[in-house]
Design a binder for this molecule. Sequence first.
Ligand code: GAL
Length: 421
Amino acid sequence: MIKIKRKIICLIFTLYYLNASVSYAENSVEVMHWWTSVGAEAKAIGTLKSDLAEKGIGWFDMPIVGGGGGNSSEVLRARVIAGNPPTSAALLGNKITEWANREGALRNLNSVAEKEEWSRLIPRAVQKFSKHNGDWIAAPIDFHSTNWIWINKEALDAAGGKAPETWDELVNVLDKMKENGIVPLGHGGEAWQEMTIFDSIVLGLGDDFYQSAFFDLDPLVLSGPKMLEAFDRMAKLRTYVDDNFSGRDWNIVVAMVAQGKAGMQIMGDWAKGEILNVGKLPDRDFICIRFPGTQGAITFNSGQFVMFNDVAEEQKAVQLEMASSIMSKKVQFGFNVYKGSIPARVDLDSDGFDSCAKKAMEDLAQADASGRLYGSMAHGHASTTEIQGAFYEVVTAHFNGELTSQEAVNELVQSIANLTQ
Ligand code: GAL
């Protein structure tokens, strides 16, 4: 059902954008992205838009609804195949690499990157996706960490007041919230949201486990007892979700937590952008903690803009200016303050950011120094789109009760083997 809904959305967007006979004024960019939540995301993207406007560059918005950017890839593919790519598109992780693998699709950004010394400013783990065969092909606009839990403060106080640090403590707090008559875990039933939780559960069972399950795709680890435990933990969390979770957008869940209808949400820090947007404050109204067992480590994703080669000359002229704007201190600050993330360049200080973002900046420095910075599988920074898709299918089928934990393990092992052999 959800898949059919997604296909219909993609089809409508594809038909719309393929047929649109937009004529671009000189000095303008057409930008594809999925930052469509009317609160924080719209404001965040607005900062880039207005920076370009100050430079006399117009903006044609090409928003594709669908959290995590899931729908946008298909629409983008259709546009490129039709020989009509947008000027620029936001992409995540391995999707950038996959586009770069298509000979000549992406514009080389070396001239601006070298002039502005991007290699000195961007964390290496992010650069891995901004570069291809040594050339710059993407400009990162944000750095999100995804192993967060956002907890309503009042609900936590009513549940004993102590932020959970271990799995058992988490279960304990969720039980108390259930007794208190609220939805303990706010959740949106979409594959990417379920996989976001799964990332945290896997990392919570150990860094080695995360590394060997997600990066090495080690069959012994994928079929082993820890993977079974990971699925059992997912099944346990499923018992704290309300009946209407299916297909719910992530920002609707944020509202549930902000209003105290739900106790918490396990989600990347774009959720915080939305909580702040409705006037809630960290420490006073909500708290941010790392998923129990993942303290000191980070699962991350970073939204990056690529520029397409096959565009009209007048758009080519402004692509490099747009890349430069994205990386400017002004846009990195404004965008990320709204978005809930932190800048993708490490030379901004934390003044003007909220306390959770300040913590995220410290955590990034620490995790980077200790080698505990991991790309998120859920958000395309651990493996290929195909492998990510295989995880999505199994994790979401299991969460929806279609597979037992053991069946999920078996299925996962099988689909990964099919894709890697
Ligand atoms: C993530 C993305 C965020 C945010 C979120 C919800 O994958 O990195 O920027 O948009 O999805 O759509």
